[in-house]
Design a protein around this ligand. Structure first.
Ligand code: ATP
Length: 241
């Protein structure tokens, strides 16, 4: 479904942040992208979704295909229309708007209110917590609730694949569990996921395959259960005891 081959990214025309990254995500699959700070995980997601352009970066080598179609260099809006959404790090909700207004922004492409209503109902079904919060002002939600809101806003676009960057960042363990319960539910509905996560344990619980990055390269990959079991991997790359 998603395929990267030898992808290179340059920032400001001088910093080579990705040095030939190759990876795959199967339809309905769930892949974890792991590694230390600065390894290039966020850059990989930005290269795929096309937002790298607005970061003074560019994909300077390799190929990126989604659903059998080359998407390297395409603009983000057309990539979203093709079924690929990117939930960026930092939970950028529109703080003065309600939860439902934030969701409606994610569904701006719908031609009719009936279509919009259907998509909203789909989101509320997948993330019931958002239904309870629909009239609340987004800026006052907790971190975990805001994370659910940005996930909900992204699924308004009815994607086939979601790239999601650090969904557990700054969340208490209970909230992390709740956010991952949402991701598990979306997965069960057939959504494919590519997750960047510092919390290796939760990432490898949901993922079926994992890649570990270091200094702009993939240094290790394997089935999630194998990565979890591999002692060296646990200690050196994943920080698990
Ligand atoms: P983190 O978890 O800290 O976000 P990461 O693995 O996602 O880490 P990236 O954010 O992708 O890493 O960064 C990879 C490298 O690219 C780092 O060396 C970083 O300093 C550099 N970099 C990231 N964004 C830019 C930018 N806009 N301009 C220049 N260099 C950048």
């Amino acid at each position: 479904m998603l395929s990267l081959l030898n992808v290179e990214v340059l920032y400001a025309d001088v910093i080579l942040a990705l040095k030939g990254v190759s990876m795959q995500v199967a339809p309905g699959g769930c892949v974890a992208l792991l590694g230390a700070n600065g390894a290039g995980k966020s850059t990989t997601l930005k290269a795929i979704s096309g937002v790298i352009d607005s970061d003074d970066g560019r994909v300077s080598g390799g190929s990126i295909a989604f659903g059998g179609r080359a998407i390297r260099g395409h603009d983000t809006a057309s990539i979203v229309r093709s079924g690929l959404v990117h939930v960026m790090e930092g939970r950028r909700v529109l703080p003065h708007m309600t939860v439902e207004q934030n969701l409606i922004i994610g569904g701006h492409m719908f031609g009719s209110t009936a279509q919009m209503r259907l998509a909203l109902d789909g989101v509320y079904q997948a993330i019931p917590r958002l239904a309870d919060l629909r009239t609340r002002t987004a800026g006052y939600l907790s971190g975990g609730e805001q994370q659910m809101l940005v996930i909900g806003r992204a699924i308004m676009a009815e994607p086939k694949l979601m790239l999601i960057d650090e969904p557990s960042l700054g969340l208490a363990p209970r909230m992390t569990e709740e956010v991952f319960a949402v991701l598990h539910r979306l997965r069960a509905q057939g959504l494919a996921l590519l997750i960047v996560e510092q919390n290796t344990r939760v990432a490898l619980e949901i993922a079926d395959y994992g890649y570990v990055m270091e200094s702009g390269r993939i240094v290790l990959e394997g089935r999630a259960d194998e990565l979890r079991a591999n002692e060296d991997v646990r200690e050196f790359y994943l920080g698990l005891d």
